[in-house]
Design a protein around this ligand. Structure first.
Ligand code: ADP
Ligand code: ADP
Ligand code: ZN
Length: 217
């Protein structure tokens, strides 16, 4: 199963991705996570990505496409993959199409998670993440058992630097102008399924399983 998760920042892509990857036993590939991991490891890629991420802008396409293609070449992607946060503009989507076509493969489904804008801002500004294991929480809707401590590994939770209100507004603008056109792009290719992301995490996941089940495992 080869799946893309599309949706504005804060829609719940990462949250659902973890559940989908487990249920369907496919690798979860998040470009945002890859950039943040590089930042923690202090690599050149991490330093470059940070300049764009902090401003809420997209990392240049050549850089991002190469990272994704290198990752998709790995053996574990033979059985399928779940792309979270990629592609994020039409140039990336065209490059992914070209890459998959050259491999003789194709996408099974593009899940477009839709959430109202006010709720997005609530979700992003309340998001807290574990810098150690990557787990995601929300101060109101899914708080950890002990304030600010990761349930899974005990590390102190942090707020992503780009989750402060200033960057969030910019990221939502970038989504509108660059990422949203992908809805039309994939609708034309007949691979898009809209998912109502305003529901609870479990309800959204049930709808996703149904959509993916209908498209065949
Ligand atoms: P994305 O990867 O699309 O940016 P996340 O999965 O990180 O989004 O979710 C953003 C925030 O919203 C997180 O704090 C997460 O805990 C919370 N969240 C995710 N899904 C839901 C939901 N269905 N209802 C309420 N809060 C949610
Ligand atoms: P969210 O889902 O909350 O928007 P992500 O973790 O997906 O956050 O992305 C964080 C940042 O990483 C983006 O604002 C952007 O700077 C960079 N990024 C992630 N994916 C891509 C991509 N496909 N192309 C360019 N930049 C990206
Ligand atoms: Zn943790």
């Amino acid at each position: 199963m080869r799946v893309i998760l599309l949706g504005p920042p804060g829609a719940g892509k990462g949250t659902q991705a973890v559940k989908i990857a487990k249920e369907f036993d496919i690798p979860h590939i998040s470009t945002g996570d890859i950039f943040r991991q590089n930042l923690r490891d202090n690599t050149d890629l991490g330093k470059l990505a940070k300049e764009y991420m902090d401003k809420g802008l997209l990392v240049p396409d050549e850089v991002t496409n190469k990272i994704v293609e290198d990752r998709l070449e790995k053996d574990d992607c033979q059985k399928g993959f779940l792309l979270d946060g990629y592609p994020r503009n039409v140039t990336q989507a065209e490059e992914l199409d070209r890459f998959l076509q050259q491999k003789g493969t194709y996408l099974d489904c593009v899940l477009n998670i839709e959430v109202e804008e006010d709720a997005l801002i609530e979700r992003i500004t309340g998001r807290r993440v574990c810098p150690n294991c990557g787990a995601t929480y929300h101060i109101k809707t899914s708080p950890p058992a002990v304030d600010n401590v990761c349930d899974k590994c005990g590390a102190q939770l942090i707020q992503r630097s780009d989750d402060k209100l200033e960057s969030v507004v910019k990221r939502l603008e970038v989504y509108e102008s660059q990422t949203k056109p992908l809805i039309e792009y994939y609708t034309k290719k007949n691979t898009l399924v809209n998912i109502d992301g305003n529901k609870s995490v479990e309800e959204v996941f049930e709808d996703i399983k149904k959509a993916l089940g209908d498209r065949g495992k």
